[in-house]
Structure formats: C-alpha cells, structure tokens
Ligand binder design. Structure first.
Ligand code: ADP
Ligand code: MG
Length: 240
C-alpha cells in the first residue's frame, strides 16, 4: 500500500451544466490518482472534457459531484477564501493563449502571484530569478505584445512556478507555438519540473507533447478510457 499522499486524487468526478431546459454532462465519473512528481498527459478529442477537468484540478471550477483531493485536501469542499489561498500557493496554471496581463511588464506579470504573501522587494527578487531561469533576463520590462509567442509562454511558465507550487496544470501549452518553439517550452517544463519537483499535468492532442509524459490519461466523452493511444510513442521515447 502507498502511504504517501498522492498529488491528485479524483474520485467519481462529475461535471454537468444546465443548457436551456436540459442538463449536459461534461465529466461522467472520473476516478484516478497522480503521484507526486509525475508528469501526466491528458489526451482526448476536442470537446471530450480536458479543459473542464483541468479547470477543476486548478480550483477554478467545481465538480457537480465527487471529490478532488490536492495533496489530500478536498478542494471542492473548501470555502472560497481557503481555496484562493491554496490555488495561489500550490497550483500553477499555464494556458494555450498565455493569458498574461497586457498592461504589465514581464517582471510585473511574474511578481503578481507573490504580492499576496510577500513583500515588494522579495517578490521582485524571486520574479527576476525565475525570469532569468527561463532565459528572459533581458526582457524584464517588455510588455506581452513586445514578446514572441514562445517568450510569452516562458513568462507564463515563470508566473506559474514563481510560487514554487506542488502542481503545474497546463492546457495545450504549445498549441499556439510552432513545433520548434513548442519543443523548447516542453524542455523548459521538463527541466523546471526536475529542479522544483513539481507534479505536471498537460492537456494536449499532440502525440509529441503526450510522448513527453510518464503516463497518459485518455478521456472520451467525459470518461477515462483504458486505451493508451500514445503508449507506443512513449515507449519509443523511453527506449532512446
Ligand atoms: P476539451 O478541452 O477536451 O476540448 P472542454 O472541457 O472544453 O473539452 O469541453 C467539454 C464539453 O463541454 C464540450 O462539449 C463543450 O462544448 C462543453 N462546454 C464546456 N464549457 C461549457 C460552457 N461553459 N457552456 C456550455 N458547454 C460547455
Ligand atoms: Mg480544451
């Protein structure tokens, strides 16, 4: 038996939405666990529920029923104030479209999550350090529109990891990047995962991106399937 609390434990998660007079079921009973330090790819066709699941894992959305434990804490049951604190300290989120604040510089974007708990000087120092780590020390005072897509995503990764979270949740993080830039962004996530010992979950429909993961969760119509569609590419990567 495992006595180490997993990074994520989902138990019979459901998510449905009212649509007119009907209810649409998006997630239909997901149960899985992800160990600390694992890198898991979440794959599945468009509309299968990947973003919905990641939103719940990130504490941005709540399930209709079921439990979602992040390091043993059931986030679906936390009062909003506690959830906000847990989200800020334990979970970093990266989106396909970067979602940086356009009016802020790279440095200000990365500092923002630290302002809740840290003093100004220490927030600035930590933001500078991680922007240096992602190779952007010469772009600190640029705004998002002055940066390339790859640079913007590196700022977003720095912002997600500046709090040293337990969990990095990334929704199609390379979806808006060309393949070379996307591969560099994945290399960066791989290196930072090792350095910071962060658990990584990445939604993708790109087999190359899924092939970087330790394991694949495949979702179809809101249910996990047994079929590990990318297992072959993963074993090829592992064999190299
Ligand atoms: P994926 O990320 O795998 O493409 P999503 O989680 O974005 O899938 O969406 C899953 C399903 O839920 C889709 O059919 C989508 O249309 C529906 N859906 C998601 N969010 C909403 C919403 N706010 N209102 C109505 N339908 C939604
Ligand atoms: Mg999606």
């Amino acid at each position: 038996m495992h006595d180490v609390t997993p990074a994520i434990e989902a138990i019979d998660l459901f998510r449905s939405l009212p649509l007119g007079s009907e209810t649409i079921s998006i997630l239909r009973g997901l149960t899985f666990r992800i160990e600390r330090g694992e890198w898991v790819a979440l794959t599945g066709p468009s509309g299968s529920g990947k973003s919905t699941l990641l939103g719940i894992l990130a504490g941005l959305d709540t399930p209709t029923s079921g439990s979602i434990l992040i390091e043993g804490v059931d986030i679906a049951k936390l009062p909003e104030r506690h959830l906000a604190r847990l989200r800020n300290s334990k979970i970093g989120v990266v989106f396909q479209s970067f979602n940086l604040i356009g009016a802020l510089t790279a440095l200000e974007n990365v500092e923002a999550p630290l302002h809740i708990h840290s003093g100004r000087a220490s927030a600035r120092a930590a933001a500078r350090e991680i922007l240096d780590r992602v190779g952007l020390s010469d772009r600190l005072h640029h705004r998002p529109h002055q940066l390339s897509g790859g640079q913007q995503q590196r700022v977003a990764i720095a912002r997600a990891l500046v709090t040293k979270p337990a969990l990095l949740v990334a929704d199609e993080p390379t979806g808006n990047l060309d393949s070379t830039t996307g591969a560099h962004v994945l290399d960066l996530i791989a290196d930072l995962r090792r350095e910071l010992n962060v658990t990584v979950i990445v939604a993708t429909h790109d087999p190359d991106v899924a092939g970087r993961a330790d394991r694949v969760l495949h979702i179809v119509d809101g249910r996990l399937t047994d079929a590990n569609v990318f297992s072959e590419s993963i074993s090829l990567v592992g064999a190299r």
